[in-house]
Design a protein around this ligand. Sequence first.
Ligand code: OKP
Ligand code: ZN
Length: 343
Amino acid sequence: MITYYSTEHQRHHGVELKDAAIKPSFENPGRADTILAQVRQAALGAVQPGQAHDSSLYVGAHSERYVRFLQQAWSDWTATGQTHDALPLIWPVRDLRSDLEPATIDGRLGFYSMDAGSPITAGTWAAISASADLALTGMATVQAGAPAAFALCRPPGHHAGPEMMGGYCYLNNAAIAAQQARRQGAQRVVVLDVDFHHGNGTQSIFYGRDDVLFVSLHGDPVHCYPYFSGHADETGAGAGLGFNFNLPLSKGTAWPAYQAALQVAAQRVQAYAPDVLVVSLGVDTFEHDPISHFRLASADFVRLGESLAAWGLPTLFVMEGGYMVDDIGRNVVNVLQGFEGGR
Ligand code: OKP
Ligand code: ZN
């Protein structure tokens, strides 16, 4: 299968707050580079650049004003005389006003985020727009008839909601691709999220809709980030009721329980009869991931790919998380090769 990759991701290298200190983020450029190296070494297929798309195609998954905020945030920030990475430090929780968009960048950073995990840096817009464009390019390839494509997106996207960044995510690459599939004629789209963390952003974007089914396997939010979404009783709202399916799993989940949950997901997806599948592919379910708590072994990722192939759907893989940099390339390639072998 074709891998879509852009060097623009290297322009985004931010910080995060960890252990009461500002440190280089776990979400670093080496992640995409090591995945690319393994894709090449495994001869998975061609590696191609993405096509540039107009940012209006990000609207639908996101609001217009949020996309504008992202595009202008760094210049708004430097206009205040600051040159270090911008992080939000205040949020409009419960009793505070969340109906007014602040005029200042300090207020806007909090207004448009859910945590301090997504710094705005000089190269953030270049990287996130290129990342979203890879997902759009991959979707075009799948809609043109390819059985599968891999968008090697970085930064990831599944925590980004209609109007918020967070958890290393800014533009929701998978949701943008799903929305584009609908624009281009797909009637029903499934987004399956296998990242360790709940894809709260994707859930939120499609929560009121029945044309995109969101299915997620993830660490139970009782114990795992993002803590405030991902419970099984979040099943959709309004027209979307019944079209959001969360499968929270305990810390320590290994392949047997994971496979069982995947079978439950498969049944729901089959009943929905989608035209296309978008897989939010996080490999932070790996047993040695430094920030996650499942126990999948490298060989299990082959089985994951084989299982997904059995669904028999045109499939776009969109890269999400995975932080054990030495192993994520192999684990990603295992999924993709398992998928190709299982077809
Ligand atoms: C992004 B993705 C928990 C710290 C959590 C943010 C994690 C974002 C994960 N100790 N920090 O879903 O892989
Ligand atoms: Zn994750």
